[in-house]
Design a protein around this ligand. Structure first.
Ligand code: ZN
Length: 67
């Protein structure tokens, strides 16, 4: 399926699980919290891909409280 600009997804990387998961942008904060709470005892192991986080910082960081 082609990606749509209207429904952007954000890559979440977890170095401990060695996973990269693409999450719809509106669900990123919840998914990160759920993963870290469930998998890592609340430690902030999984994060938004740093390259993407920089791009997003100006757009959504304040909205989502990610950075
Ligand atoms: Zn993990």
């Amino acid at each position: 399926m082609p990606e749509s600009d209207a429904d952007p997804e954000v890559p979440i990387v977890c170095p401990e699980c060695e996973t990269t998961t693409r999450i719809p942008i509106e669900d990123v904060a919840d998914s990160l919290e759920r993963h870290n709470e469930g998998m890592h005892d609340g430690e902030e192991v999984a994060q938004v891909d740093p390259d993407i986080a920089e791009e997003l910082a100006d757009l959504v960081a304040e909205d989502l409280g990610l950075l």
